[in-house]
Design a protein around this ligand. Structure first.
Ligand SMILES: Cc1cc2nc3c(=O)[nH]c(=O)nc-3n(C[C@H](O)[C@H](O)[C@H](O)COP(=O)(O)OP(=O)(O)OC[C@H]3O[C@@H](n4cnc5c(N)ncnc54)[C@H](O)[C@@H]3O)c2cc1C
Length: 510
């Protein structure tokens, strides 16, 4: 009920405002709680509370109104709590700006370690970083908020974001619509898993992008292991239930397959000995696995995965049914668990926004990460791409791109604020200085059995160090342990790795 909390916070703000302007109002508010509530909610303009307001405004939904110079700080509205948004919020100067973040999740997901949570190598909490820890001002400052909501539309002429709360379905509360006025808007909406319009993917496959996806995968895997042990289950059904199919041979699909094979080799063999010979992993890829990696590393990964029992199938999925998928050549592949990881594309919201687009349909940006046709709007991370006119390529959908864009934009906004351009429409003629430049640092992927790939070339054609094996695995773990956002989660991750090593993975189905 985050929006309830936020309303309470807004109430406090309003009461402070009225107390500073009118001692009588302060007295009134202290002694008459019902009016206090209406007074405080009137900070949000709303027809719902019109009867309690002397001069109701014609706004159809409640909202945060434009900031007032002299009384409030300029407001930066951030859409999303992913890599890009969180790095931006961490770096923004909250003495200069109020930050209002809108996202359907109140935490950032440390995606490089998400695959490890699906089989219990890591716990879910170890990869989720609450937004209030990343930017404490959001929980403390009177003008800064986090709203558990999704953006539904933008009005860039009026500098307004339209939002709708996210609830746990009809059994909680009905969705609530509201608007937020911004001085600066940062769109960091990420991307969505691509399904290429293949029938049945959305209904039957599980994506691997959010913590709840990893939870679903873990529950399904453990359920299938237990169901297959029940008396009366046919041989064919046991094989189907315990056939884990991964579609997509990019780093995520490969890392997940590696985690699964480790789980099978160590934990299933010991704790599900009755069904250990039935469980298999198949990785389906239309082209080569890990196509962005060095040839030598690709061959190494192929051999290693095959040795660990992962079946690599080259094929294209044509149709997905509840218990089997069909390949282009007509092959039927029964499955008990289907994980879909074939890359990402723009979300329906990004597609629907009336903003310029880069090749591939992302929000088009210039070298300063601005959306050039509108004032005060920036886009970063997977939802954005350089416009063709910049002559720069669209950057890959990677955390390292999103994070560095977030960092760059935080310092750009701080610079703009310092120069007096923080308010809406006040930075029109400002010089922004150095543009954003991206330098690729290389790629890493684990492949299971304490092995990983580290490719430090800056591009596919470039030269540089590439390593594979145990040393790379150690580099991979050390690098990500130091990248985990907070000391709390770093400790969780280290403890999870140690307990998994000593006691095996947790197989309780909670
Ligand atoms: C399993 C996995 C492993 C990965 N491993 C690596 C890796 O090892 N290295 C690497 O560089 N990259 C990796 N990536 C890619 C990396 O995670 C993404 O490139 C990165 O998350 C992009 O950051 P972002 O901020 O643009 O988007 P995201 O991190 O996807 O965040 C988007 C945010 O927008 C929010 N949002 C969505 N719709 C709305 C809406 N309507 N209103 C408001 N908010 C909304 C979402 O809830 C989310 O908070 C991995 C990705 C996955 C899924």
């Amino acid at each position: 009920m985050s929006w309830f909390r936020n309303l309470a916070k807004i109430s406090t703000l309003k009461s402070l405002q009225s107390s500073s302007s009118s001692p009588a109002a302060k007295l009134h508010n202290h002694h008459t709680p019902p009016n206090y509530l209406f007074n405080s909610l009137s900070h949000f303009t709303s027809n719902a509370f019109a009867s309690a307001s002397a001069a109701p405004k014609p706004t159809p939904y409640a909202g945060l109104e434009p900031t007032r110079e002299g009384a409030e700080k300029p407001r930066v509205v951030v859409l999303g709590t992913g890599w890009a948004a969180c790095r931006l919020m961490k770096g923004i100067d909250t003495n200069m700006y109020d930050v209002v973040c809108v996202s359907p999740r109140n935490h950032m997901v440390f995606t490089p370690l998400l695959a490890s949570t699906c089989v219990g190598t890591l716990e879910f909490r170890s990869v989720a970083e609450p937004i209030g820890r990343i930017q404490p001002a959001i929980s403390k400052e009177p003008g800064s908020y986090f709203f558990l909501a999704k953006c539904t539309a933008l009005d860039t002429n009026q500098h307004v974001v339209h939002c709708e709360t996210v609830t746990d379905g009809p059994s909680s509360v009905a969705p609530w619509k509201f608007n937020i006025s911004y001085d600066k808007l940062v769109i960091a909406l990420g991307a969505e898993a691509s399904t290429f319009g293949i029938h049945g993917v959305k209904e039957h496959a599980i994506f691997l992008r959010e913590v709840y996806h990893a939870q679903e995968i873990r529950r399904r895997l453990l359920l299938n292991l237990m169901l297959s042990d029940v008396p009366g289950v046919s041989e064919g059904e046991k094989k189907r239930l315990l056939h884990c199919v991964v579609v997509g041979g990019g780093p995520t699909g490969v890392e997940f397959s590696g985690e699964l094979s480790d789980f099978i080799m160590r934990d299933v063999r010991q704790r599900y000995a009755h069904v250990k010979d039935y469980i298999h992993v198949t990785l389906i890829e239309a082209n080569e696995i890990l196509s962005s990696f060095d040839d030598r590393l690709r061959r190494y990964a192929t051999n290693q995965l095959t040795k660990s029992g992962v079946r690599l199938v080259r094929g294209t999925v044509k149709d997905v049914e509840p218990q089997q998928l069909i390949l282009n050549d007509g092959t039927e592949v029964p499955y008990g668990l289907l994980v879909w990881s074939t890359g990402v594309g723009p979300s329906p919201l990004v597609k629907s926004l009336d903003l310029p687009k880069s090749p591939g349909g992302r929000i088009g940006i210039d070298e300063w990460l601005r959306v050039p046709s509108v004032e005060d709007v920036f886009a970063i991370g997977d939802c954005s791409g350089f416009l063709e006119t910049t002559g720069k390529p669209v950057l890959p959908a990677l955390a390292q791109v999103a994070e560095r864009q977030g960092k760059y934009l935080a310092s750009l906004l701080n610079k703009i604020g310092k120069a007096g351009g923080g308010r809406a429409n006040s930075a029109k003629d400002m010089e922004f200085g150095d543009p954003f430049v991206y330098k690729h640092l290389g790629s890493m992927a684990t492949i299971g059995s304490y092995k990983a790939l580290v490719d430090l070339r800056q591009s596919k054609e470039g030269r540089g160090i590439s390593l594979a094996g145990f040393v790379s695995w150690f580099v991979w773990r050390s690098a990500y342990l130091t990248r985990v956002i907070s000391w709390r989660n770093r400790l969780y991750v280290a403890i999870n790795w140690a307990t998994t090593f000593v006691f095996g993975r947790d197989i309780s189905r909670i």
